[in-house]
Design a protein around this ligand. Sequence first.
Ligand SMILES: NC(=O)c1ccc[n+]([C@@H]2O[C@H](COP(=O)([O-])OP(=O)(O)OC[C@H]3O[C@@H](n4cnc5c(N)ncnc54)[C@H](O)[C@@H]3O)[C@@H](O)[C@H]2O)c1
Length: 349
Amino acid sequence: MKILVTGGTGFIGSAVVLQAIRDGHQIINVDCLTYAAATASLDAVADHPAYAFAQVDIRDRAALDTVFAQHQPDVVMHLAAESHVDRSIDGPAEFVETNVLGTFHMLEAARAYWVARGKPDAFRFHHISTDEVFGSLGETGMFNEDTRYDPRSPYSASKAGSDHLVRAWGETYGLPILLTNCSNNYGPRQFPEKLIPVTILNALAGRPLPIYGAGLNVRDWLYVEDHADALLTVLTQAAPGATYAIGGENEARNIDIVTAICKILDARRPDHAPHADLITHVTDRPGHDARYAIDPAHIRADLNWQPSLKLQEGLERTVDWYLDNEAWWQPLQARAGVGVRLGTDKSAS
Ligand SMILES: NC(=O)c1ccc[n+]([C@@H]2O[C@H](COP(=O)([O-])OP(=O)(O)OC[C@H]3O[C@@H](n4cnc5c(N)ncnc54)[C@H](O)[C@@H]3O)[C@@H](O)[C@H]2O)c1
């Protein structure tokens, strides 16, 4: 199958591209290469006959039409987005433009292409979204496919807007859409501004390990390769119009994640132990959601999918990947905003 992937040079997109090619699919990767893109993530497939790349911004409708016409994909997996909550607090405009308007242009380009081809039944527009659209949970309860939308950050609001557009294009135009809302991902090739890579790389350098507030916020962590596997399962097996909530069944508080990474590094790099001495509590993120958790019953029952990795094993694999791949992350640390505290000012514009 020929899959047009947007955002394939990012964290989750690159895991999807690598797995899809292993599975025998062809890929056309549409990515404009923002600060969050890491072309080295795709070095292994850059010259593969099943891989093609188009440096295109999803807000550029004419360029999207050209990509569809040239590459004639069978299906679309739409991952391109601005994805960092802290950056969305400091600069929300980019999030609305890429996540909402960019998704609108993707939907229109896909619809025109699908109609021009005679509306093939097998076409899919798979929109990859987040559990953050559902807001914040208390100590109990879980999100599922029926949870009411309640986004609380510019990032999650822009993703919620894109989800609504995708469902509307399914209902109004009959476009065969799929939608997945996933919990926090972690693993190899995550840009070094998110909690887990920041913790690993700061600990290695002997720098403070920043914890927002008391570190009690709970996330449901999913190893990125398990997410890629879930996405390709949904793409190839789900009925058009379906929505699935995808989670790792690995709830943990931020402080526990950081402490677990410190313990792994104490074993791998005993000279600098105990790394937990570097933990530093910093001002909390405004509107920081307390808890996310996914009830994955629907995807398990319908598609027989479940995550393969438990958190401890996934964290060990992740730490080892960063220890073995300094040439991947070292150049990214020079990019704008990396290593700088972002998203603290409630009046930021
Ligand atoms: N990271 C997570 O924990 C998580 C969890 C659930 C869902 N998601 C969703 O999965 C998707 C991918 O997330 P990620 O963490 O891999 O993101 P990322 O920030 O690592 O990568 C995003 C990619 O999209 C590209 N991109 C951004 N704007 C673009 C534009 N206007 N045109 C073309 N390309 C553009 C970037 O260059 C980058 O390669 C996003 O839609 C995100 O909302 C992420």
